[in-house]
Design a protein around this ligand. Structure first.
Ligand code: GDP
Ligand code: CA
Length: 327
């Protein structure tokens, strides 16, 4: 049995760890299901000459047991000696946190990329250490970077790297537009397309629908592969009761004219029977009364993933809905 999921960072990673734990406890054929994760790489950034892939690393550290649990990103037991030294040299940027342990990952990645390895192979090599229990694939081996168009000081428009807007500015300036640089030329890897075609179930975890899942869908061919997949596609809402749970997904949704509401996100993904992506949609219990798009089977379940048990229960509910829709 094969499950393929698209994922960004924290929402995706917690859901996937829940899915892996749910499968371990299952008493049917799905107990040994293989999980393939198509990770967002459009948040990637080069800092101090190092290639940083925040979403791939969040998934890898979370499933591999190296994540800073409370924070949801970065390494546990981290120290910041390198950052302090860079600050002493007054070498910018100082707004993106890079811990010493984390830097080792970026050094290994950058070294291998420079030696000619693909990001897919580099990610697999990093996962040899972390053993996340899933196959983690970057959405493409070609670089894609999300940039955010914001209003400048004098009614001009200016574009900044997504991380600069998200981390440095905390999304304070309203986004006018997202530009996925490189996406039009980026190819999905053969492994990504195979994972979609060969899946028995496809899941869209509660990742950011615009800059995480949305960025993966910008890679030409990924959306078509999903629409053509024989597997049912079930999504989980990242919005609970009109609010994003962690992060500022509302600032991303409003930029593309989508209301911060579970039903509006489902409408944005669209029903598969109407040329969209979704066969099923899982919403929070408090959103159960709001209907999603026609043709999408909606169920409700507690959607907050504070504990690992909650995440496993949520993943189990998403999988059960997909199994119900399989025939
Ligand atoms: P990022 O790359 O670290 O921003 O992570 P993702 O794109 O994977 O996830 C961010 C999204 O996850 C946000 O839109 C949140 O609303 C959603 N999210 C985070 N935690 C939870 C949770 O416990 N439950 C649900 N349903 N959504 C969550
Ligand atoms: Ca991210």
């Amino acid at each position: 049995m094969k499950i393929t999921a698209l994922a960004g960072g924290i929402g995706g990673a917690r859901f996937l760890r829940g899915l892996r734990e749910h499968l371990q406890g299952r008493g049917d054929d799905w107990a040994g299901a293989e999980i393939t994760v198509i990770g967002n790489t459009a948040d990637d950034i080069t800092l101090f000459g190092l290639r940083v892939c925040p979403d791939l690393d969040t998934v890898m550290y979370t499933l591999g047991g190296g994540i800073h649990e409370e924070q949801g990103w970065g390494r546990s037991d981290e120290t910041f000696g390198v950052s302090a030294e860079l600050a002493a040299y007054e070498v910018p940027p100082d707004w993106f946190t890079l811990g010493d342990r984390d830097i080792a990952t970026h050094i290994v990645r950058t070294q291998m990329l420079r030696a000619g390895w693909s990001l897919t192979d580099v990610t697999a090599a990093l996962c040899d250490r972390w053993q996340p229990g899933v196959r983690l694939l970057p959405m493409s081996d070609d670089p894609v970077e999300t940039h955010v168009v914001v209003a400048g000081d004098d009614a001009s428009r200016e574009a900044v790297h997504f991380q600069e807007w998200w981390v440095r500015e905390q999304a304070r300036r309203p986004a006018l537009e997202f530009v996925f640089l490189g996406a039009a030329e980026a190819k999905p890897t053969a492994a990504v397309l195979d994972a979609i075609h060969g899946a028995d179930v496809v899941l869209l975890p509660p990742s950011n629908p615009v800059v995480s899942i949305g960025a993966i869908l910008q890679v030409v061919g990924v959306g078509d592969a999903l629409r053509a997949a024989t597997a049912p596609i079930v999504g989980v809402s990242p919005i609970i009761g009109g609010r994003p749970v962690r992060g500022m997904a509302d600032a991303c949704l409003s930029a593309i004219g989508v209301e911060t509401a579970a039903a509006a996100v489902a409408g944005h993904y669209g029903a598969r029977i109407a040329g969209g992506l979704l066969d099923g949609w899982l919403v929070a219990n408090q959103d159960a009364s709001t209907a999603g798009p026609p043709g999408v089977v909606q169920r409700s379940h507690p959607l907050l993933m504070t504990t690992r048990g909650e995440a496993a229960g949520l993943a189990g509910a998403a999988l059960d809905l997909a199994l119900e829709l399989r025939h």
